[in-house]
Design a protein around this ligand. Structure first.
Ligand SMILES: [Zn+2]
Length: 208
């Protein structure tokens, strides 16, 4: 879409011989549908300068970003709620004042609250770590448990690694590997886990 806009003035040479076009800009925020907005692109036909001579784009893009962020907050709260995580529980676990998340939901959110919600949505088990006051050992065990869940799910295995197994790891290393062929005694895809007590490096081999 193009039009001649005589009221615009080139910010470089002052010419009013400007060609104005609208370009579609996509505003994207995690967990929210993209917002498509029309941004202005003005070209000075005398000196070739290209820009947003009327300064309209910042407000348009800022408003779209705000809408996308509000939807991300709503979507993430809805997702967490569908997992059975209530706002009251999450606020308690994270040490937030009561009704904080309700305020976020009704539009009073900040960049920090958006980031926190996105992290909790991505790693919901962070809430349990927070509930345990970020105890280092609990946090490490939670990471290994989650890694096991991801590997098992990726390989379609029905074998579970119990809390007891990973809970036994104390400053050691769990080495989990799978082979695509047969495991011990001809059983396919059974994880072989070993506890090594010597370093803090973890290795997870999947597939093969
Ligand atoms: Zn110009």
């Amino acid at each position: 879409m193009e039009s001649n806009r005589k009221q615009l003035q080139c910010s470089a040479c002052g010419s009013t011989n400007i060609r104005s076009a609208l370009t579609a800009e996509s505003i994207s925020v995690p967990s929210a549908e993209s917002e498509i907005v029309s941004a202005s692109e003005d070209t000075c036909l005398d000196c070739g300068m290209v820009g947003d001579f009327a300064g309209r784009n910042d407000a348009i893009i800022g408003a779209a970003l705000k809408r996308a962020e509000s939807r991300a907050v709503e979507n993430n709260l809805q997702f967490l709620s569908s997992m059975g995580l209530t706002m009251a529980y999450m606020e308690r676990a994270l040490g937030l004042p009561q009704r904080t998340m309700m305020r976020w939901k009704t539009g009073e959110h900040s960049a920090a609250s958006i980031a926190l919600l996105q992290m909790v949505r991505t790693y919901p088990w962070l809430l349990q770590v927070a509930e345990h006051r970020f105890d280092r050992r609990y946090a490490q065990t939670a990471i290994l448990e989650q890694a096991a869940v991801v590997i098992h799910s990726a390989l379609g295995s029905t074998v579970g690694i119990s809390h007891g197994t990973t809970g036994a790891i104390e400053g050691g290393v769990i080495v989990v590997w799978y082979s695509s062929g047969q495991g011990i005694n001809g059983t396919p895809r059974v994880p072989q886990s070993d506890l090594v007590n010597t370093s803090s490096v973890g290795m997870l081999h999947a597939g093969g």
